[in-house]
Write a protein that binds this ligand. Structure first.
Ligand SMILES: *Cc1c(COP(=O)(O)O)cnc(C)c1O
Length: 228
């Protein structure tokens, strides 16, 4: 089941890339395994899916220890200051950095660990009160400060647009993240460390996100089925 779902998603990623003449290899699938079992992660890894996303530190800690190499993990949840140390240790990338305080903590922990950590800046493109993410107009100033921190490598931007049933309604938010990234790249604040990553799109709308430039799509339900 999980393998079949992964195959279907791979096909859809290829097709969406083809529609906009993008190289499908420039798009990575993050399998979102929150609230899924170790066994489900092992099954997905067994059919070649080696990148996973987790939202909750405690849950992730157990899974990461149980699954082991060669799987790698992105943190995609809301990061609390008191969990920054654990997050820095466990993950290859933190996709949800949205304030200086958390970046400084991650940087300090990484210096102590002797580790370099990839991060994305989470942007609240829908300007929703209850959602995390830096406001689009504040992203440049935040990046300017974060770029100066040791042992963190900013790879790009991430967003969670407002919930919509119809993926077309998410398209303007995806394109606005891409435009913001283009601006920041022109001004030298992004893209210093290789190609700019855009993490956007979930089960419902990842094909639309790819058409708008996503390089990381975070898909849970469409791989693992509904979360209980
Ligand atoms: C849960 C979650 C996803 C995956 O959502 P699905 O609709 O199950 O694909 C993606 N990104 C984030 C940040 C999430 O919390």
């Amino acid at each position: 089941m999980i393998c079949d779902n992964l195959k279907i998603i791979e096909k859809k990623i290829k097709r969406a890339a083809g529609r906009c003449r993008r190289n499908p290899d420039s798009i990575r699938l993050v399998a979102v395994s929150k609230r899924m079992t170790v066994d489900a992660v092992r099954k997905a890894a067994g059919c070649g899916q080696l990148l996973f996303g987790e939202n909750y530190l405690q849950e992730a800690k157990e899974k990461i220890a149980a699954v082991g190499a060669p799987v790698s993990w992105h943190f995609i949840g809301r990061l609390q200051s008191n969990k920054a140390g654990q997050a820095a240790r466990l993950f290859q990338m933190i996709e949800t950095v949205d304030r200086l305080k958390i970046a400084v903590l991650l940087s300090n922990h990484c210096v102590n660990l002797g580790k370099n950590l990839d991060i994305l800046i989470q942007v609240n493109v829908g300007r929703e009160q209850r959602k995390s993410g830096v406001a689009p107009e504040d992203t440049a100033a935040l990046l300017d400060k974060i770029n100066a921190l040791p042992n963190l490598t900013v790879r790009g931007l991430m967003t969670m647009p407002p919930f919509t049933q119809n993926p077309e309604e998410a398209r303007p938010y995806f394109s606005s993240l891409r435009l913001l990234a283009d601006d920041l790249t022109s001004s030298g604040l992004l893209g210093r460390n290789g190609p700019v990553e855009l993490s956007m799109g979930m089960s419902r709308d990842f094909e639309t996100a790819i058409e708008e430039g996503a390089t990381l799509v975070r898909v849970g339900t469409a791989i693992f089925g509904p979360r209980s």
